[in-house]
Design a protein. Structure first.
Ligand code: SIN
Ligand code: MN
Length: 193
């Protein structure tokens, strides 16, 4: 974990870059496979591939549900990947999660990628999250800690398949996003290399 890897001006610039992504690829509400229950988190993506979930299941696809290709990953995120990921290839997907009031994410593994050889780089913007992480088995003991705006976290090596989730977001804990809430960015490598 790198506390405030992005300083405040870098966070402001990242928010601007994400606004530009969302202007091309609007946030959508994913649905749980089978049940069709909506997630409380809204999502969009940038990069060659983007993660989506709907009644047909979880998957990566090259286009937004509206049909347009995802916009490119902003340069500042690629720079962070090169600095932190210790990976010989670029990420080919960046999931953008937005947590508004009351949004959370249940414990899960990231295992829809075709390779687990690359780490996942997670970047936080806006309100603090109470983040929970365990081990590779759902029954493993978990612990929670706060992720704050600007923090960067790597899930790699033995932690690549760790169960993780967000218990809650602490409303009003950051002034970065004018309307509040939290943005989480995860840079991922989906295709084998
Ligand atoms: C995720 O697992 O996709 C997001 C986790 C987070 O919001 O920190
Ligand atoms: Mn995840």
């Amino acid at each position: 974990m790198w506390s405030e890897w992005f300083d405040r001006p870098a966070q402001v610039a990242l928010v601007e870059a994400i606004r530009a992504v969302a202007a091309q690829a609007p946030f959508f509400t994913p649905l749980m496979p089978r049940t069709g229950k909506p997630f409380s988190v809204r999502m969009t993506n940038c990069g060659p591939l983007g993660w989506v979930s709907d009644r047909d299941g979880y998957r990566y696809q090259p286009a937004h549900p509206d049909g347009a290709p995802w916009p490119p990953i902003p340069a500042a995120l690629l720079e962070a990947w090169r600095a932190l990921a210790d990976c010989p290839v670029e990420p080919d997907a960046c999931l953008v999660n937005y947590y508004g009031a009351g949004a959370k994410m249940g414990l899960h593994q990231d295992r829809d990628e075709e390779t687990f050889a690359a780490p996942i780089l997670s970047i936080q913007l806006g309100d603090e999250a109470v983040f929970r992480i365990g081990g590779p088995d759902r029954r493993d003991k978990t612990r929670s800690f706060r992720l704050r705006s600007g923090d960067a976290l790597i899930f790699g090596g033995p932690a690549r398949l760790a169960f993780h989730g967000v218990d809650r977001v602490v409303a009003g804990s950051s002034t970065l996003l004018p309307k509040g809430g939290r943005i989480n960015l995860t840079l991922r490598r989906v295709r084998p290399f």
